[in-house]
Design a protein. Structure first.
Length: 258
């Protein structure tokens, strides 16, 4: 039986990228938590941990979930950017670009981005992203985490608005998806860390731009048309009271009549 994740095939696919060592684990609570702990202990830039069974995955706003074994690829990459801290808000956007490109390359699916950190097929979510800074007295690092639904069936979806590679009609393997995403992440991360503007590349992949949206904040909701992304990565929304920039928030794509 073919394993859900084939370590040797993945290593072969990633020759020449920054990613090493690559650790595959049978199961873990959270790959982000594991890699953050290793970052604090001095692990090198380029470390990646991958599992097919994440039992206590974490999202934004402390959301926690578990997926069935061998249905989703959860992976976290450790990087130590040379870019200034003020630019780190772009890291989740960079990961989103990599997931969208990697999914297209591996599966042929038309993956698009919903600002700031969701990857969609149509209007259904296929991947969530969580990037976290890890600061110590001696160093600073970032953990780039992502959870990609590969083999989930409809009855296994956590919410009806989710989807998976398999549901969308592709038989791309988890290994191919992980390899495609990590190769794309190597490409986009290097360009970002070198100081290159990725705004145009991000906008070309983002389905939020040009849409009527609702930005849900702790203090309430704001509606308007998403018109662009600032150099900082913030979303610019044209509202009834003028343009506003949002560095965080849950975005809902509104349909006509909403």
């Amino acid at each position: 039986m073919t394993p859900f994740l084939d370590r040797q095939a993945l290593l072969d696919d990633l020759v020449g990228t920054r990613w090493s060592p690559i650790d595959l684990v049978a199961a873990t609570g959270s790959t982000n938590a594991d890699v953050a702990a290793r970052a604090r202990a001095g692990a090198p830039d380029g470390l990646v941990e991958i599992t097919g069974w994440q039992q206590a995955g974490r999202g934004r706003f402390t959301r926690v979930w578990e997926t069935p074994p061998d249905t989703c690829v959860a992976m976290s990459a450790l990087v130590r950017p040379t870019a200034p801290l003020a630019a780190w808000g772009w890291l989740s956007l960079v990961v989103g670009m990599a997931v969208a490109d990697g999914l297209r390359a591996a599966s042929g699916l038309d993956a698009r981005l919903k600002w700031p950190n969701d990857v969609l097929i149509g209007e259904r979510k296929i991947c969530g992203i969580l990037s976290e800074a890890v600061m110590t007295d001696a160093d600073r690092a970032a953990v780039l985490g992502m959870g990609i639904n590969v083999a989930l069936a409809e009855e296994q979806l956590p919410v009806p608005t989710a989807t998976s590679v398999r549901i969308e009609g592709s038989d791309a393997s988890a290994t191919a998806v992980a390899g495609g995403v990590l190769k794309a992440l190597d490409h986009w991360y290097r360009r970002w860390d070198a100081g290159e503007s990725l705004t145009d590349a991000y906008l070309a992949r983002c389905s939020t731009i040009g849409r009527r949206v609702r930005v849900q904040l702790a203090e309430g909701a704001v509606e308007g048309e998403a018109v662009s992304v600032e150099a900082s990565g913030s979303l610019i929304v044209a509202t009834a009271s003028g343009r506003q920039a949002f560095s965080a928030g849950d975005v809902v794509h509104l349909r006509p009549g909403d």
